[in-house]
Design a binder for this molecule. Sequence first.
Ligand code: FUB
Length: 347
Amino acid sequence: TQLPHLQNITPNFLPTMPPSPKPLISHIYTADPSAHVFNDRIYIYPSHDISTDIRDNDNGDQYAMTDYHVFSTPSLRSSSPPAVVTDHGPVLSLSQIPWAAKQLWAPDAAAKNGKYYLYFPARDMAGVFRIGVAVGEAPEGPFRAEPAPIPGSYSIDPAAFVDEDGAAYLYFGGVWGGQLQCWRGEDFNGDAYEEMEARGEEAALRPRVARLREDMLGFDEDGVREVEILMPDGTPVPAGDREKRFFEASWVHKRGGVYYFSYSTGDSHLLIYATGGSPLGPFTYRGVILRPVVGWTTHHSIVEFEGRWWLFYHDASLSGGVNHLRCVKVREIWYDAEGAIRLMDEQ
Ligand code: FUB
């Protein structure tokens, strides 16, 4: 018997599958790729998916990951997928994180002050998702976890963005299994699904952002803020608009002075984006980046490398469609005259 909210797992649309390049990594299952250019090389920080007997549920218990690998490649020009992607091996394991109990979900990384920072979510000993940080001397790690999660952090899917002026931000949040719906300020209510589903025309739940301190290990004194996402008419995206409302997988990149905030719509399986003039928002809805892929989740990053722009994402094609056994892929994107994101192979 399924819980009532599990019916939402069945997509209510006819999926439009995009052309599907080969996986970038195929010797292990990987997902949620956060790509960055460090020292003229692309580094990819993904989740490391593993097999489990746990059946799919809205909590995401089937995503039972226990470590992180880092990957890198010197070029994306050569072929598709690029010929050489180096696996730098396990760089951080659950057993090395004193506060974490399980589920090492989507990570991200940032560089500052000559060090590298790996941000990652995990459930703590009480079953509450928090966000931790681990520090390394090189982009490929290894990383040493701080003894406690970042104070004031919660939920999942950290995405780090370091602006041209050196200011660093951490975006985060994800609903359903990611527990964003459970938080009202600093208060946690672990049983908030129904409340969230009842919101309808009210404003959707908002992703969170905090400015990182100079040492990159915690939030600055302004703490956590909500990121406003607006419809083109200036009204907040309503909770009932499942093709536009925020679900998880924040990513921020900047192009030509414009900040692009992109994310997954969850149960409508889209990657979409909004733009704004400040890293703190507000952001106004612009359009769809990627239509549903094979598998329930969709999660991405966008990065400029070798003078071209790239969308890193995942699907579940390598496992024949097993939702929690995914593979990282990359496709080139371009921007039209209005700054709208387009897929190069869908011109
Ligand atoms: O990989 C586990 C979770 O699945 C991520 O945190 C979400 O973004 C989704 O991709």
